[in-house]
Design a protein around this ligand. Structure first.
Ligand code: ATP
Ligand code: MG
Length: 360
């Protein structure tokens, strides 16, 4: 059974997805009025409530559901997080604060009626992203990156007036903004298949949002093709890492990737073995970044083949041979790796023979 009430609506992305005939990632409910009072009056099992925002999380039919009160917001400082102005406002005012018309519909949970005040369904049909007012990007520039996300996911394009507003904003960015949301949207936008998005990010100068002085990278090949060769946890950084990310708060892993990438730019190598050594211990994301701006074919070669080449001999084998643990181990493994690169067909027995003849 679903939760139903005459004042309770599905809102935003979930209505959009339903009209598109697609499954939703999450379901957002909004209550026209005070959602916390509603949850209490219905005797719902409340897990968490946040009176400042008028939101409540309940446990219903084995599921956690978030219900927001209708609210209006105000931006005390452009680009910063908004503050709540009124909780329990009319539905239409809640819908007005949203990013694009396609995300500003509500569907009544009881009657199933769709509330479409801004020609959202028309825009949805013609795959247009249209902001609800002309200050939208000034209030919240992360909406520009949300636009990219919906381009990637659904093939939506900016409506012409919205495109002009985006261009105007990108010509005159207020860098005193909340980068937290920018990062969140980048993470969600740049996914596994994002070559097209990267082109747009560059061509439309959206990268300028990140920081004032951005060098524009010259991309040497398909990021997608490199990403598809390996398993990585954070595809977004393979795209965004081509730009200056100093305004974003990075996790340790992300910072390590950027650090190793910066390092790679200064290292040189002379042979395949040199390349192998240069990349060993480097996060794969850093290798991809290096390939995208430096030697694409070499990065491809490393990610596809070279990195798989490893000696068959193990530490245990060395112990059996009577080699004492210590510095010699690393030397032997380096030697074997180099031999193996020269001749990937080398068998374990041949590796052992090589060790015996050189070291024992
Ligand atoms: P997804 O399928 O990725 O969840 P979504 O459109 O549902 O997409 P959410 O981030 O879940 O996006 O946000 C839910 C709704 O909240 C959106 O549909 C939109 O109406 C509104 N919203 C989200 N982010 C913003 C924003 N930055 N500015 C204005 N409205 C927003
Ligand atoms: Mg959603």
């Amino acid at each position: 059974m679903e939760l139903k009430d005459k004042n309770l609506y599905y809102v935003g992305g979930v209505v959009r997805d339903e009209i598109l005939g697609l499954p939703s990632l999450d379901i957002d409910y909004c209550y026209e009025g005070d959602a916390i009072k509603f949850a209490k009056s219905r005797g719902l099992n409340i897990i968490k409530e946040n009176p400042d925002f008028g939101t409540v999380r309940v446990f219903f039919e084995e599921q956690e559901i978030d219900i927001a009160s209708t609210r209006t917001e105000r931006y005390p400082k452009p680009g910063h997080l908004p503050v709540v102005e009124q909780i329990g406002c009319p539905l239409i005012d809640d819908l007005k604060r949203r990013d694009f018309t396609v995300n500003a519909m509500a569907k009544n949970t009881l009657s199933g009626e769709i509330y479409d005040y801004f020609d959202s369904q028309k825009d949805l049909k013609s795959k247009k992203l249209r902001v609800l007012h002309k200050n939208s990007f000034i209030d919240d520039p992360s909406r520009i990156i949300r636009g990219l996300k919906f381009l990637a996911r659904f093939g939506f394009e900016l409506d012409i007036e919205t495109k002009v507003l985006q261009e105007e904003y990108l010509e005159n960015i207020n860098y005193d903004m909340s980068y937290h949301r920018i990062k969140k949207e980048l993470r969600e936008s740049f996914n596994l298949n994002s070559d097209k998005l990267l082109q747009k990010f560059i061509n439309e100068k959206i990268y300028k949002l990140l920081s004032p002085e951005q060098a524009i990278p010259e991309i040497k090949g398909s990021a997608e093709a490199l990403v598809n060769l390996v398993k990585i946890h954070n595809p977004w950084i393979v795209y965004a890492g081509l730009f200056d990310l100093s305004t974003l708060e990075l996790t340790k892993d992300e910072a390590d990737i950027i650090g190793a990438f910066d390092n790679l730019k200064t290292v040189s190598f002379e042979s395949e073995w040199g390349l192998y050594r240069m990349f060993s211990g480097c996060p794969l994301e850093s290798v991809i970044l290096w390939g995208l701006v430096r030697e694409y074919d070499l990065a491809y070669h490393y990610l596809k083949s070279l990195r798989q080449i490893k000696p068959s001999v193990t530490g245990n084998d060395l112990i059996k041979l009577g080699v004492e643990r210590g510095k010699l181990y690393k030397e032997i493994f380096d030697f074997l790796a180099e031999e193996k690169l020269k001749n990937p067909e080398l068998t374990k027995e041949e590796e052992l023979e090589l060790i015996k003849s050189k070291y024992l």
